[in-house]
Ligand binder design. Sequence first.
Ligand code: ADP
Ligand code: MG
Length: 255
Amino acid sequence: MVTPRLELQGITKRFGHVAALRDVHLAAYAGQILAVVGDNGAGKSSLIRTISGVYRPDEGTVRVDGVEQVFTNPAAARSAGIATVFQDLALIEVLDVATNMFIGQYPRRGPFVRRRTMERETRAFLDELGVSVASVRTEIGMLSGGQRQIVAIARAMRTGGRIVLLDEPTAALGVRETAQAADMIRTLRERGNAVIIVSHDMSLVFDLADRIQVMRLGRVAGVRERAQTTRDEIIGLITGALAGDEGSAPADTAA
Ligand SMILES: Nc1ncnc2c1ncn2[C@@H]1O[C@H](COP(=O)(O)OP(=O)(O)O)[C@@H](O)[C@H]1O
Ligand SMILES: [Mg+2]
């Protein structure tokens, strides 16, 4: 059996009386895309934030390549190879594209940030991806929502995490930008990353995913191979019209 690049077991995360996640298992493999789907409030973003070190789980374990990890903050998750594109982006609006691409990892010579190197590498990297921004000196705040999202995905690709998490990466994108983001996500898979994408877009999910994990009320309602399921089945698991595999008692009433 192949060891998952990323594996969660029994993850529970509570906020007061609300259990955002309850006994959640997840396995993501190198060179595969796992889509995580579910209704609003199902726990998808909490799951991403737990994996990326923003939240500490109350129970359960996180393993990377079979080794248990405890992430006390996002930097710890990043150094374990986890790159995240958050739903709310977390790009810094007053900084330019090149600086955002290198946040926390500026190329330096002594105390000086190597600005030209940063700009040159950003330009080369975006060109290689076919991403069009007029100038790498443009402040992020000046870009359209779609362009920002593409830059955020590009940054996750550049930082070269071996695990890439994307929370609703196409929610703000038009048709063409969505296609571009989909290509970038396929590239991440081809480079051998374990990719986890949260999305409401069923066309995108069925287009990209190797496996689909359905969350409902903080629990895992089911995991399916893309090739062995249908939209109807996935939507049934999302809404609860189909009974989940592990039972799906409402998060606030279960023991
Ligand atoms: N920081 C938080 N504080 C309190 N409750 C939260 C917090 N984050 C998430 N929740 C709650 O956890 C549940 C799951 O939310 P979330 O993970 O954002 O779901 P999704 O991304 O699937 O829409 C919701 O009931 C939400 O209100
Ligand atoms: Mg969310």
